[in-house]
Design a protein around this ligand. Sequence first.
Ligand SMILES: CC(C)(COP(=O)(O)OP(=O)(O)OC[C@H]1O[C@@H](n2cnc3c(N)ncnc32)[C@H](O)[C@@H]1OP(=O)(O)O)[C@@H](O)C(=O)NCCC(=O)NCCS
Length: 161
Amino acid sequence: MSSSREDIKIFNKDNVSELINDGYLFDSLVTFEQEHFTWPWKKESWECFLESNRDFSLALMFGADGVVGFCLFELFILDMQCHLYKIVVSPQVRGQGVSVNLFDKHLAELKGLGVSEIYLEVEASNERAMVFYEKYGLARGVIKKRFYQDGSNAIVMTGSF
Ligand SMILES: CC(C)(COP(=O)(O)OP(=O)(O)OC[C@H]1O[C@@H](n2cnc3c(N)ncnc32)[C@H](O)[C@@H]1OP(=O)(O)O)[C@@H](O)C(=O)NCCC(=O)NCCS
């Protein structure tokens, strides 16, 4: 599949009401995450985060049948930093450049906001995700023990873009 077939829409504090008020779209995001991510947020947690004072950037990617991926960052513009919370693409489109397209476009948007440093936590067993991040020059750093609800460890990865 060509990655150019997907559309991306980016939400932030200024336009997130479009997402929250569109019940179908919001439910699609919540359901997509529940189906494809190990540690999904409940709908209430999404609402709580998106309606908080936090500065964030959420990129939603759409294919012919709806949401095929998303990427969520918290932003710390004054520090030129962002914290990647989640990136998830549908299993049907993994390994096809779709995730690269999503991440590239989202990082370009953040770069335009003056952000150039990234950090994230990733489950220590999630080798595929770590290899994905390494393609962007991120390096594996310290381990956060028992970071996840099931007691598994996270690895912190950091880098510049
Ligand atoms: C993380 C994620 C977005 C990456 O997207 P993707 O389409 O799978 O990524 P890619 O296939 O482009 O890149 C992954 C790399 O890992 C490699 N890889 C594939 N399976 C692997 C495995 N089991 N172990 C190690 N590396 C693996 C691929 O070959 C590729 O490297 P290459 O481009 O040099 O060949 C996607 O896998 C995903 O949604 N995973 C579930 C959610 C998740 O874990 N998110 C990250 C935590 S927040």
